[in-house]
Design a protein around this ligand. Structure first.
Ligand SMILES: [Zn+2]
Length: 424
């Protein structure tokens, strides 16, 4: 029975769709006609990659829409995952997978997460992956030591990539001859991935400024933003013009002025004038955003701090803010399940663990004691989950980082070993 029909909500064609179809994650009956209830439920229970593939295969060519895009994206994610395993020797964990999905969909965004969750590894593997597909990549790091480490890792990963990915780095501590050679190669565009420090970006912008990068990776936003002019430089290297950047800067300032004028409820002439100017500037920016192909920008930040108004330019042109990712990181759903006995509770737990994948912690009430935590751990292990009791403290967290353990089991306590260690 159809409960309700929503206009403009079919995920595939944007047409009307029944609530029943929406609940099952299926497209509308015009995109996917004649489907039995049992069949529909079966489709709906498949894991996302198989579901999108199967549904897009059934949608007639003339109705092809978002499902085929999603199917392709999930296929690409599987390809990327296989590549990641070859490079790093372990699988993506759930948070890395979420980021990888956004990266592969071409989004520019900031990754705000504490050190040690695998941001850098993911960004470096993605850089090689993209470069092997023909994208020119710029990697920015805060220090010379990190530059050397990144170069070593990129070179190791590049042996896995198809074709020959040329990785070039500029080290200010190298010999004069080596430095000159590197500068000549940068000048001649003789590289696929260029790794530089943020201070190189400030000092040698002249030789970079006529180059456009399809992907820019900033490993440490805090060091980049120490010099606010770096924001402009990054945007130029992503393909935006200097006069458009100035226009966006003006827009941000005028918008602030307008906000305060409206707040103070005065000076209506100036308000009118500002609104008109803003409208014109918005047209310029919208045009700049839509013109030509723009590079993808990925910024990693441990703190999510941004100061001053210049970083707001990222929002105007690429639609993200460095500190604006917290809501996404805190995507927590509080939910509960009422169970009549321990057997049922364990079965339910296993289902949840399987659905959410690795990188989780199971907390057992302290009243239940060590025995219960141990039993849960052996129950999960017996069902093929790499679970471990978290009594070993930091060692078990390290194991989880390395991917040797998927689930940790521990008690709820006030002061917790996890608090300062990991954030999931
Ligand atoms: Zn539809």
């Amino acid at each position: 029975m159809v409960k309700a029909v929503f206009a403009g909500s079919c995920p595939n064609c944007g047409g009307p769709i029944s609530s029943t179809r929406l609940e099952l994650g299926l497209p509308c009956s015009s995109c996917l006609p004649d489907i039995e209830e049992v069949e529909a439920k079966k489709l709906s229970s498949l894991p996302p990659e198989d579901r999108f593939k199967e549904i897009s295969r059934r949608i007639p060519v003339e109705k092809e829409g978002s499902y085929s895009v999603l199917a392709e994206l999930h296929e690409e994610l599987s390809r990327f995952e296989r590549f990641f395993v070859k490079c790093v020797g372990k699988r993506l964990w759930s948070l890395q997978k979420t980021w990888a999905y956004r990266m592969l969909s071409g989004d520019s965004f900031a990754i705000t997460a504490p050190t040690g969750v695998g941001k850098t590894t993911l960004l470096l593997v993605y850089s090689i992956y993209e470069a092997s597909e023909g994208t020119r990549v710029l990697v920015l790091v805060p220090t010379e030591t990190l530059l050397r480490q990144s170069l070593e890792r990129l070179k190791a990963y590049s042996s896995v990539a198809k074709g020959n990915v040329r990785v070039l780095g500029y080290m200010s501590k190298a010999t004069k001859k080596e430095r000159e050679e590197a500068l000549a190669k940068i000048n001649g565009g003789d590289f696929d991935i260029l790794v530089i420090t943020t201070s190189f970006l400030s000092r040698h912008f002249e030789i970079l400024k006529n180059k456009v990068f399809g992907l820019i990776v900033v490993d440490d936003a805090d060091s980049l933003l120490k010099d606010s002019a770096n924001v402009d430089r990054i945007l130029v290297l992503s393909g935006f013009k200097e006069n458009d950047i100035s226009a966006a800067m003006k827009l941000i300032k005028l918008r602030n002025e307008l906000y305060f004028l409206k707040l103070a409820n005065r000076n209506s002439d100036r308000v009118e004038q500002l609104e008109k100017e803003l409208e014109e500037l918005e047209v310029i920016i919208a045009k700049a955003r839509g013109e030509g192909s723009r590079g993808q920008l990925l910024i990693a930040s441990a703190t999510g701090r941004q100061s001053g108004i210049r970083p707001k330019l990222f929002k105007e042109f690429l639609g993200f803010e460095i500190g604006g990712i917290h809501a996404y990181m805190r995507n927590v759903i509080d939910s509960f399940e009422l169970c009549t006995d321990k057997g049922e509770m364990r079965k339910k737990l296993l289902e949840v663990v399987k659905a959410l994948g690795g990188g989780g912690i199971v907390f057992v009430s302290k009243d239940e004691g060590t025995l219960e935590a141990k039993e849960i751990t052996s129950y999960l292990t017996a069902h093929g989950i790499k679970a471990e009791l978290a009594i070993a403290g930091k060692k078990s967290i390290e194991k989880m980082r390395k991917g040797e353990v998927d689930i940790l089991v521990d008690f709820c306590r006030y002061s917790h070993i996890f608090q300062s260690e990991i954030f999931i």
